[in-house]
Write a protein that binds this ligand. Structure first.
Ligand SMILES: [Mg+2]
Length: 215
């Protein structure tokens, strides 16, 4: 069995809060308002409701409104000038090179967007596999199903993997499945299902050596 790092994408490998998420949220609200013939305010509220309830807006739109997921994901993740909108730590590529083992990205975002972000970050060559929402058959984190699909198709045992993530419910699922957990957060608390909290992804290699997280 091989060891592997499983990285979340948004707000883990880059900071989506400044430009990227507001752009996606605006596009999602516009899409929902148009397709479901709602006011902007209603569409905004519905988007937030599904995000909180399912971990992904798409899940609610599929379940309750029969929205075509490919159509939704394509129209809501358009970035003609991604490089100008990305906010990220410098030295990401060297950081990844210092980590032993396979590196996999697991994101609730669509494939075309994930590849665009990884390319713009200059780390596409360091990532061995990308599990987008399409590749896990639209079972978003924190549902265990997508995690299991990833582990199975990569031939990985959960105990040989570490999830690096900013979203706590996703880390809770990872721990439940037996994975190691690294929380990227500036908060000071550390829930029991988090092995290590780091304020910045840049410090991951040092932290791993110090904590002997890879056994
Ligand atoms: Mg995230």
């Amino acid at each position: 069995m091989r060891a592997a790092w499983i990285f979340d994408l948004d707000n883990t490998l880059h900071d989506a809060r400044v430009h990227v998420f507001p752009h996606i949220n605006r596009a999602m609200t516009a899409f929902i308002a148009h397709r479901l013939s709602m006011s902007h305010t209603e569409a905004h509220d519905l988007r937030e409701h599904y995000w909180h309830r399912y971990g992904a807006t798409l899940k609610g739109l599929q379940r309750h409104h029969a929205i075509d997921p490919h159509d939704f994901l394509w129209h809501t993740h358009q970035f003609p000038d991604m490089r100008a909108m990305l906010v990220a730590e410098s030295g990401l590529r060297n950081m990844l090179r210092r980590l032993p083992g396979r590196k996999i990205v697991f994101t609730n975002s669509p494939r075309h967007y994930a590849e665009q972000v990884l390319g713009a970050l200059g780390i596409a060559g360091e990532i061995d596999a990308v599990y987008s929402i399409e590749r896990v058959k639209f079972s978003p984190k924190p549902e265990p199903r997508g995690f299991r699909r990833l582990l199975k198709s990569e031939g990985l045992r959960a105990s040989g993997t570490i999830l690096v993530e900013d979203t706590l419910p996703n880390l809770r699922t990872a721990r439940m499945l037996g994975m190691g957990t690294v929380w990227v957060s500036r908060e000071l608390r550390r829930p029991s299902y988090v092995d290590v909290r780091i304020a910045s992804i840049a410090t991951l290699p040092e932290t791993i050596e110090r904590q002997r997280l890879l056994r």
